[in-house]
Ligand binder design. Structure first.
Ligand code: FES
Length: 154
């Protein structure tokens, strides 16, 4: 069941788009902002609100890698594994993050503080290696820079 706040925020988007279906990405982001991720029942409820088939909306939700279909930690780390970052030290950064966090790619720390995920090119290839922490892009990564970024996140 969508909360009254979620429903209100989604419906507030309707006048901004030509069709209800066009609101789908924003609607998923609204649910994720409230819950931290987008569970199956929310996909069904959002689909009903937007007059879409649940499978159609689920296809969109799973296509976008910033829409989380499983629970994630308070902070989500997206480490770029595309070509420029591979060349410029991806393996060293991945190994350092794995060591610091005690988890591998696709996992969440036991305290739910961090989720560590792979990601395709983040669009800052000239400053590789690159990762995102939540909404912030971090480029020219080094082990020391990663340590400082992790320290800032509670
Ligand atoms: S290859 Fe990593 S940001 Fe483009």
């Amino acid at each position: 069941m969508l909360s009254p706040e979620e429903k209100k925020e989604i419906e507030a988007e309707f006048p901004l788009y030509p069709t209800k279906q066009a609101v789908c990405i924003d609607a998923l982001k609204i649910v994720q902002r409230h819950r931290g991720w987008v569970p199956d029942e929310a996909v069904r409820d959002v689909a009903a609100l937007l007059d879409m088939a649940p499978d159609e909306l689920d296809g969109i939700a799973t296509f976008y890698n910033r829409i989380f279909r499983r629970p994630v930690g308070r902070h989500v780390i997206l480490l770029c594994d595309s070509v420029s970052c591979w060349i410029m030290g991806y393996e060293r950064m991945r190994a350092h993050l794995t060591e610091r966090l005690g988890i591998g790619l696709g996992q969440t720390t036991a305290d739910h503080r961090f989720t560590f995920l792979p990601n395709v090119c983040l669009g800052a290839c000239d400053r590789a290696p690159v990762m995102m922490m939540d909404e912030d892009l971090h480029a020219d990564l080094t082990k020391e820079r990663i340590d400082a970024i992790l320290e800032e996140c509670q």
